[in-house]
Design a protein around this ligand. Structure first.
Ligand code: NAP
Length: 502
């Protein structure tokens, strides 16, 4: 979480700068930080890549990246200032010479000695890069800090995450490591904390006595696009639930931290993750559900191909593009309350939301009236694209009879004139400022892997068949079997209406 004062300058070194993430997120985010005047004076941005490019070619490329993404167009004067910070250095990740010449380059006077290394590269290359940086003494901190930003995924399961951590530990202290989950940089995710802990109204209700169940959804319009090769080795459970959705669950369910300091926040999140009841292998089918999209009609794009027809996907792949889980947190506050987590690609609408369903009032006071069934109260937090908070409450309908209707109290987190910032802007700035509260500590990542591991293991053995759903739908109806009771149903919108029922 950023403060308004400028930190000391640093050198931002980006590995994989020519790749997709750098193009669509990192370089535009750094430009927007320039626009906001948040990059400390003398900060330099050194792109590294395998291609034999030079500074001039790189600047041309950055111009294209920024033009494609700049909010309100590119400001030429600001862009010229930004260009002064840019440089390019050719490094092959697997060859030692590149790191030696990088160390020489970074030793030049114009590069500040505080250095942030952003690893926007394949996860299997994280270890080799860290080892090589250490060998040329770029990770030592005698004259300035050295920080390493690691993209997700951090491992593929508990074992591989542990092996990667062991390797990193040989060369880095934990406080040098910034494990990024860009989801946590979204203002609305941070707003979950504000909503819970800055409003005394909520706290008395925030427990098993009043809450019936919680739903956390991340749905996407898009298919796998050009990332099929990566996605097919991951799947929805690894890609979204292990990281983003379990983080959201932890924020919804955690106890108030003693402060907003990074360690205090992370301690509370880890406690929640550790309290999640392990799913025994025999219960995987009851508590987890997977499916894959087939061809279908998207609301805007029209007809689209199925997952198996996408580039880079084997014809017999059973990788899930939809995953849902029912989880329980075995602690004093949440015992017995189901948490339903769901994510999918090629679903009808792109959205991320948390929906909290409250229990019915304890007495049926309206027994002898025309009120047949009261709609439960819901609190819905829209994360993206709508940054909204809605509360559904029941009121009496005007007229002579005792009937109710549900109304929506609707609050937007952001009014139209307030600027939207991308999560990467917050996070890139947090690294410069040394604020790790929105980055993941190793025990958070490891515990999250332990939650999903039993499901991954069972699914990896079941390689003959996977259910499918048409692109453009809300996923397979069979996913409803995760619900504990018939009166529970998936929410599809932040607005209350009966057609919300799936
Ligand atoms: N893209 C996203 O939306 C997204 C979202 C979340 C997380 N991530 C994570 O971000 C990381 C990068 O993803 P990406 O989509 O940007 O991947 P990408 O488009 O495939 O880019 C990979 C980058 O690594 C470079 N590279 C590969 N081998 C190299 C070598 N031997 N020496 C030097 N450079 C080498 C590539 O350089 P060349 O171009 O010269 O080959 C390219 O710049 C991954 O960990 C991914 O999981 C990406």
């Amino acid at each position: 979480m950023t403060t308004a004062t400028l930190s000391s300058p640093c050198s931002y070194v980006i590995f994989g700068a020519t790749g997709n993430l750098s193009q669509v997120k990192l370089m535009p985010a750094l430009y927007h930080l320039e626009v906001a005047g948040r990059l400390p004076e003398e900060t330099m941005i050194l792109a590294t890549g395998r291609r034999p490019w030079n500074r001039e070619i790189w600047i041309e490329q950055v111009k294209k990246m920024v033009v494609a993404k700049a909010r309100g167009g590119v400001d030429e004067a600001i862009f010229s200032r930004f260009v002064q910070r840019l440089d390019y250095h050719q490094v092959d990740l697997n060859q030692a010479e590149g790191y030696q010449s990088l160390a020489i380059k970074l030793d030049q006077e114009n590069f500040p000695s505080n250095i942030a290394f952003y690893l926007s590269i394949k996860p299997s290359d994280f270890g080799v890069v860290i080892q090589n940086l250490s060998e040329v003494e770029l990770l030592q901190q005698p004259h300035g800090w050295r920080r390493v930003i690691i993209e997700k995924p951090f491992g593929y399961d508990t074992e591989s995450a542990r092996a990667l951590q062991k390797r990193l530990n040989r060369y880095l202290e934990e406080e040098q490591i910034y494990r990024i989950d860009h989801y946590l940089g979204k203002g609305t995710v941070q707003n979950v904390l504000v909503f819970r802990f800055a409003n005394v109204l909520m706290e008395p209700l925030w427990n098993r006595n009043y809450i019936d169940h919680v739903q956390i959804t991340h749905s996407e319009n898009l298919g796998v696009g050009t990332r099929g090769y990566y996605y097919d080795t991951a799947g929805a459970l690894r890609d979204m639930i292990q990281s983003h959705l379990l983080q959201l669950m932890a924020l919804v369910a955690m106890e108030p931290p003693v402060s907003m300091e990074a360690e205090a926040l992370r301690d509370e999140k880890v406690k929640v993750l550790k309290s999640i009841r392990p799913i025994p292998q025999h219960a995987v089918h009851a508590q987890a559900f997977r499916a894959q999209y087939r061809s279908g009609q998207m609301p805007e794009e029209g007809f689209v191909s199925g997952y198996l027809e996408e580039e880079g996907i084997p014809k017999d792949s059973v990788t899930e593009t939809y995953a849902a889980l029912r989880l329980y947190i075995d602690n004093w506050r949440w015992r017995g309350v189901p948490f339903y987590l769901r994510t999918g690609k090629r679903l009808k609408k792109s959205q991320s939301a948390i929906a909290i369903c409250f229990k019915h009032p304890p007495q049926q006071l309206f027994r002898n009236t025309q009120i047949e069934q009261l709609h439960p109260n819901w609190i819905n937090l829209g994360i993206q694209p709508e940054e909204r908070l809605t509360t559904e409450i029941n009121v009496k309908q005007p007229g002579l009879t005792m009937k109710t209707r549900t109304i929506n109290m609707d609050a937007s987190f952001r009014s139209q004139h307030e600027a939207h910032t991308d999560a990467y802007e917050d996070l890139l700035l947090d690294v410069i400022e040394g604020d790790r509260s929105l980055f993941l500590r190793y025990d958070e990542v490891a515990t999250a892997w332990q939650v999903v591991d039993p499901v991954l293991q069972v699914w990896s053995m079941e390689r003959d068949y996977i259910r499918s759903y048409p692109a453009g739908s809300w996923g397979p109806k069979e996913a409803n079997r995760l619900f504990e009771r018939e009166d529970q149903y998936w929410r599809y919108s932040l607005d209350c209406c009966d057609e919300l029922k799936g």
